[in-house]
Design a protein around this ligand. Structure first.
Ligand code: ATP
Length: 314
């Protein structure tokens, strides 16, 4: 698919500004295995990139600086803790160049929403700074740098629909005839911290023996090939959903409102609190979104399509 095609079309060096658009991710299947000794949970996930985008613009500069607008402006720190800055520094160290750039983030992906916005911004920054600094790195090499920044960064460099294993950082494309899926993204007020949701899952699983097996994604992958929303909707799965619902019981009302509005299926996205719903076509997605907004159970509900390509210069 386009998302996984060769990216030789990327210019090796650009004078700037370099503008990069990056999608949000949802998980069509999120199987969470036992906690490993290294502190990560073993995952079996199917990532899917949707048409909700952040944008990172890189310009040449004498130091490293970051400004932002949109979702989370005024809340999100723009210092060394920001994944944009961390990505620029990691790439500069890898490429043995000074980390000099003026970076600007235009954010639409909600903070701590279970849509991997921070990882998306890191992926966009890697693509942008690679071009600004003329490093000419392949997407595969950028993914190695990205894996050190966050589990979802490699996927957001590639986009499309992909299987994620390990702790999510090992991605391989799902080779299916391209079909467009229609989603509705229901954004909540306030976020959920991912580590807290994993801790809640561990708590819910405490004392149960044998340990929860790591659910395979086979059914989901087979359903994708059938290109039928009813079939796909029946197998969407998220092991983190009970934990997100336990921490935020009101999310059950959001899921119910989506079904009441006619959605084919609905799940919590990743660690939440964003919920995503499947529709049959673009018109149906508009009507489910309108129903969700009217129900007054979420901050916003918007249609989105998938799969989308990963971080791309625009
Ligand atoms: P995931 O689904 O990957 O667990 P998420 O979508 O729930 O993540 P993010 O918005 O990606 O949550 O990030 C969570 C935290 O990461 C934020 O609360 C913030 O403290 C930190 N962070 C650092 N840089 C960024 C950034 N550029 N955008 C968003 N969050 C960032």
């Amino acid at each position: 698919t386009e998302a996984w095609g060769p990216d030789d079309d990327r210019p090796r060096k650009m004078a700037g500004p370099v503008r990069v658009r990056v999608p949000a991710k949802i998980n069509l299947h999120l199987g969470v295995g036992p906690l490993r000794d290294d502190g990560y949970h073993e995952l079996n996930t199917v990532y899917h990139a949707i048409s909700l985008f952040d944008e990172v613009t890189a310009r040449s500069g004498d130091t490293l600086s970051l400004t932002m607008e949109g979702e989370g402006a005024g809340q999100l720190a723009l210092d060394d803790s920001n994944l944009v800055i961390r990505a620029a520094r990691a790439l500069a160290a890898h490429g043995r160049v000074p980390a000099h750039a003026r970076l600007h983030l235009r954010k639409q992906i909600p903070l701590a929403g279970g849509l991997a916005g921070g990882s998306a911004d890191a992926a966009a920054t890697l693509i942008a700074c690679d071009a600004l600094w003329g490093l000419g790195m392949s997407r595969d090499d950028l993914a190695v740098v990205g894996a050190g920044l966050g589990s979802d960064v490699p996927f957001l460099l590639y986009g499309g629909t992909a299987l994620g294993t390990g702790h999510g950082e090992a991605v391989s494309p799902v080779l299916a005839r391209p079909a467009t899926w229609h989603w509705i993204v229901a954004v909540a007020d306030g976020g959920l911290a991912t580590p807290e949701v994993y801790r809640e899952l561990d708590k819910l699983r405490e004392g149960s023996w044998p340990p929860a097996p790591l659910g395979a994604a086979d059914e989901l992958l087979a359903a994708l090939r059938q290109r039928d929303p009813e079939v796909l909707g029946a197998v969407l799965a998220n092991d983190l959903q009970p934990a997100a619902l336990s921490l935020r019981p009101a999310l059950a009302d959001v899921i119910k409102a989506g079904y009441d509005a006619g959605a084919v299926a609905g799940i919590v996205s990743g660690s939440g609190p964003t919920c995503v719903f499947l529709a049959t076509d673009a018109g149906h997605a508009e009507s489910v979104a309108a129903g969700l907004r009217a129900a007054g159970v979420c901050r916003d509900a918007q249609p989105a399509r998938g799969p989308m390509p990963g971080a791309r210069i625009v």
